[in-house]
Design a protein around this ligand. Structure first.
Ligand SMILES: Nc1ncnc2c1ncn2[C@@H]1O[C@H](COP(=O)(O)OP(=O)(O)O)[C@@H](O)[C@H]1O
Ligand SMILES: [Mg+2]
Length: 255
């Protein structure tokens, strides 16, 4: 069987890595149709991350979860693939926190173990996860939690918000970042006209990717602003991410 080369996802990988470099304020969602390459992309990012990252990867695919509570309850029994740990491989969170010896060079102290095992049946796994992450951070490393197949959780709440409203929030942020281009035009910081920028945006009212005929300065400018992505080998142009595409459509809806 021929092994298919990993198609270059340089832009997406760059975006994820830069998100990981900054202080987290939001949960990042990677979404797209089935088989669009989300898991593959994440795996490649994990492989390329420097050693200072400790990645915990949980795939919810095989889980039967009816609610968020269910998710939290079963979190402890889920296998975590911890990359960047000395001991590579699958471990449940329970195993991970109960290895009294050093895990990944992370000294888990007695206090922490007492804290973890003070209840026989831990009710709130998320607080243990947080604790585990704090322990990772103490060592100067950066913990990263990846939940794959998140759609398995029907009513998942993120900080009391559901995924849908969280996604809407992200879209709002991205849209306002795009609108700031027009502020910059008004302030004379950008020399292109609003009309011409809108014209570029309108190309994506119906389409997600276009073949371009001639490149223009506005397109190059929008590439520089991380809005569009140009592939000169294919002569195609498209928004740099799905979120950008949706934000473009939000912007042109109002003008
Ligand atoms: N960038 C890529 N280049 C080549 N093949 C890919 C790429 N991304 C995904 N694939 C392949 O496509 C299939 C689906 O990818 P996967 O990551 O499982 O999608 P998703 O997680 O979005 O459902 C897999 O067989 C995977 O090996
Ligand atoms: Mg997947």
């Amino acid at each position: 069987m021929r092994r298919i080369e990993f198609h270059n996802r340089a832009e997406e990988k760059k975006e994820i890595k830069s998100l990981l470099e900054t202080e987290p304020t939001l949960i990042t969602f990677i979404y797209g149709p089935i088989n669009s390459g989300k898991t593959e992309l994440i795996n490649h990012v994990i492989e390329e991350l420097p050693e200072e990252y400790v990645v915990f990867y949980i795939n919810l695919r095989t889980k039967f979860l009816v609610s968020y509570d269910d998710f939290i309850e079963s979190l402890f029994e889920m296998e975590m693939e911890s990359e960047g740990m000395k001991r590579k491989g699958k471990e449940t969170l329970t195993e991970l926190v109960s290895s009294v010896t050093k895990v990944a060079g992370i000294p888990i102290n007695k206090e922490f173990l007492d804290y973890v095992f003070k209840d026989n049946k831990p009710k709130n796994a998320s607080s243990y996860i947080i604790k585990l992450f704090e322990e990772v951070k103490v060592t100067g490393k950066q913990p990263v939690l990846i939940l794959d197949e998140l759609q398995k959780i029907g009513d998942v709440k993120v900080n009391g918000k559901d995924v849908e409203s969280e996604s809407k929030k992200l879209l709002k942020i991205r849209t306002s970042r795009m609108l700031s281009i027009f502020d910059d035009i008004s302030l004379g910081e950008v020399k292109y006209s609003e009309k011409n920028i809108i014209k570029e945006f309108r190309n994506f009212e119906q389409e997600e990717i276009l073949l371009y005929d001639r490149i223009n300065k506005e397109k190059i400018f929008l590439v520089g602003r991380n809005v569009l992505f140009i592939d000169p080998t294919q002569r195609t142009i498209k928004p740099q991410s799905r979120l950008n595409l949706l934000a473009i459509r939000e912007v042109i809806k109002d003008v």
